[in-house]
Ligand binder design. Structure first.
Ligand code: F6P
Length: 343
């Protein structure tokens, strides 16, 4: 069988591990040939690809990024996108496509399946916000990077008795923020699921500093965190060419308000794309490898329209329609545990 694989949306650590696993099982077990489409759906639309084999995948397991390249281009934003996907598939004799992506790419995979394209999804995003799976790969790595950064900021914050605001990724949900905040001993964590009141944030910092003379404060802010209605106005976010809001900057606003309202010297660190780069943790390498193996098996079972997912340490299949129907938000249990340590 001839199988296509693509990586779409923002990159994340572990993409190469999935590709390697797909190729290994496809070639050794099923006797397939694997085509890697360049730059996500762009390669599938424009018939731009490279052949992948075990030799080509040597050494890529620990490498961040994706050897195939990625983009946010999608078939449904072009008037003839789906037709061109069909054309590429028939010209190359592709029997099934494995789309490795986040909410946008998996949503397109769901629609392509509805339009008759044989496609299987693999959930990827450092944000961990894909529903129907307990974990996306890349998330564990991002949490570890954010935790390491918080640990480092702690020692400098203590030396200067400063407030440190750390902005982490998390577009719609606060999974990275809440876990790295809990792991790094944050004094407060602001997440999109709980709009914040800046006055309450500052009161709690003031109370904390009154309790002890030298009491460094770390505030973790998810990039998608927003003030509660009627508190402060942060203005609209910029939008990129794909209509994707360009986030990043809420940390600056929070830091400026804290310094102005409390009088405590405050610094801000925006971790940004550092969280998406570099080598995946062993957890992510293992999860990505298991997803890759399960995805190629799903293609051979004809389980099109399905996404591979992690549940209770087993890799299962769930319909793409179920996985993309809504986002997975931070659970109240986890938020409650983290909030026990606030200020
Ligand atoms: O969706 C993953 C993510 O890392 C978000 O947390 C972030 O908002 C976004 O990608 C940034 O993407 P880019 O800068 O590549 O457009």
């Amino acid at each position: 069988m001839r199988i296509g694989v693509l990586t779409g949306g923002g990159d994340c650590p572990g993409l190469n591990a999935v590709i390697r696993a797909v190729v290994r099982k496809a070639e050794r077990h099923h006797g397939d040939t694997v085509i890697g489409f360049h730059d996500g759906y762009r390669g599938l639309i424009e018939n731009d690809w490279t052949e992948l084999d075990i030799e080509r995948c040597r050494g890529i397991l620990p490498r961040g990024g994706t050897i195939l390249g990625t983009s946010r281009i999608q078939p449904y934003t072009l008037h003839d996108g789906v037709e061109r996907v069909r054309l590429t598939m028939s010209e190359l004799g592709i029997g099934g496509v494995i789309a490795i992506g986040g909410e946008g790419s998996l949503g397109a995979a769901r629609d392509l399946h509805d339009d008759g394209i044989p496609i299987v999804g693999v959930p990827k995003t450092i944000d961990n916000d894909i529903d129907a799976t307990e974990m996306t790969f890349g998330f564990d790595t991002a949490v570890q990077i954010a935790t390491d950064a918080i640990d480092r900021l702690h020692t400098t914050a203590e030396s200067h008795d400063r407030v440190m605001v750390v902005e982490v990724m998390g577009r719609h949900t606060g999974h990275i923020a809440i876990r790295s905040g809990l792991a790094g001993g944050a004094s407060l964590t602001l997440v999109p699921e709980h709009p914040f009141d800046i006055a309450a944030v500052c009161d709690s910092i003031l109370r904390r500093h009154q309790r002890a003379k030298k009491y460094a404060t770390i505030v973790v802010v998810a990039e998608g965190a927003r003030p509660a209605p009627g508190t402060i106005d942060i203005g609209p976010a910029e939008v990129d060419q794909f209509g994707h809001e360009r986030l990043g900057g809420i940390g600056q606003i929070v830091a400026a308000e804290i310094e102005r309202r409390t009088g405590y010297e405050t610094r801000v660190t925006i971790l940004g794309h550092v969280q998406r780069g570099g080598t995946p943790t062993s957890f992510d390498r293992v999860l990505a490898s298991r997803y890759g193996i399960a995805a190629i098996d799903a293609v051979h079972e004809g389980a099109f329209g399905q996404m591979v997912a992690l549940r209770a340490d087993r890799i299962i299949q769930v319909p793409l329609s179920e996985a993309t129907g809504r986002l997975k938000t931070v659970s109240p249990d986890l938020y409650d545990a983290a909030s026990q340590f606030f200020s």
